[in-house]
Design a protein. Structure first.
Length: 324
């Protein structure tokens, strides 16, 4: 059983929610975990059981009886990973297409979590082996993984505070006139439980996007997340009328430009996943405070798709000039 925690809330926390004040007071534990302990009656403030939303005055004595988080047994498996960065506090992984992040229905093993436990058995002590955010199975790119309780709590707080920068490359169907922001709440679809949907009663979700390249009937966009809801980019771009190429869950049928080159037709027909890649990641190191920035190259299928789109656009423009 973890040791009991005891401390006084500092005066500078006056007016904060209790769960927020405790997250600053006990930085080795995430705010969500502290909130769960409050709700379970394992936190006393001046001898009384509080609520997470109660405001603090400063000076109160806080006593916490921690519990070990119940974890599903996940076995280590020797799966190759591309480590972009590693130190005592964090890993940064370039996740390949097709690798599920953690076990779930239909994916009991052979996940990133299994691979991480093989790379570092000590991660078994952390929730989900230190994974603090996720990518969909068929989305490639960068993920940060915590290796210590302190790093896990710090990265979780940074994500909640929107202090982790995540930028994606995407190819969508339709020609965008310019960039913009989608500010539309997201929650689970009311009928199809596999999907998310824009809903008035959903959780806040904000996505920024800008045009990188325009093609004949497609657009290459760069997308930056302000929040991190499930399927957020896929849902938001579909919501504004630009679904991702290859997205079977939210997208539409294959769209080819008129007289498409054979290379482009083959690339689009063969692209059986959403055209989405987590290309850039930046965050403050949980121990040193240094800002770390990383970039992952496009996977081969994504790079080939862009090259085929560029070639098709060039040849179409040349044909048009010849006609003139």
């Amino acid at each position: 059983m973890p040791a009991r925690l005891e401390a006084r809330i500092p005066d500078e926390s006056r007016g904060q929610r209790l769960d927020q004040a405790l997250a600053a007071l006990f930085p080795d534990h995430s705010r969500s975990r502290l909130k769960a302990w409050i709700e379970a009656g394992r936190v006393l403030v001046d001898g009384r059981a509080p609520r997470p939303r109660d405001l603090v005055a400063g000076g109160e004595l806080v006593q916490v009886e921690p519990t070990e988080e119940a974890r599903v047994e996940v076995a280590p498996q020797p799966i190759d990973l591309r480590f972009v960065h590693r130190d005592d506090a964090v890993f940064v992984i370039d996740k390949p297409v097709g690798l599920v992040v953690h076990p779930g229905a239909g994916n009991p093993d052979s996940t990133l979590q299994n691979a991480l436990l093989h790379a570092d058995p000590g991660l078994a002590k952390l929730p989900r082996a230190g994974i603090v955010h996720r990518l969909d199975k068929d989305t490639s790119g960068l993920l940060v993984v915590a290796r210590t309780p302190r790093a896990h709590a710090a990265l979780t707080r940074a994500l909640e505070a929107r202090e982790v920068s995540r930028e994606y490359e995407a190819v969508c169907i339709g020609v965008m006139t310019g960039g913009g922001t989608v500010d539309a709440p997201i929650d689970r679809h009311p009928v199809d439980r596999l999907r998310q949907a824009v809903r008035g009663d959903g959780r806040e979700a904000i996505t920024h996007y800008r045009v990188a390249e325009r093609f004949r009937v497609h657009t290459h966009v760069r997308v930056k997340l302000e929040t991190g809801r499930t399927h957020q980019i896929r849902v938001h771009l579909t919501h504004i009328g630009y679904p991702l190429v290859g997205d079977a869950l939210y997208g539409k049928r294959l769209v080819l430009p008129k007289a498409a080159t054979p290379r482009l037709a083959e690339a689009l027909r063969g692209f059986r996943r959403q055209a989405l890649h987590a290309a850039r990641l930046a965050f403050e190191h949980p121990d040193t405070g240094e800002t770390l920035e990383f970039e992952a190259p496009l996977p081969p299928d994504f790079a080939e798709l862009l090259d085929a789109l560029r070639e098709d656009a060039r040849l179409a423009a040349a044909r048009e000039r010849d006609v003139r």
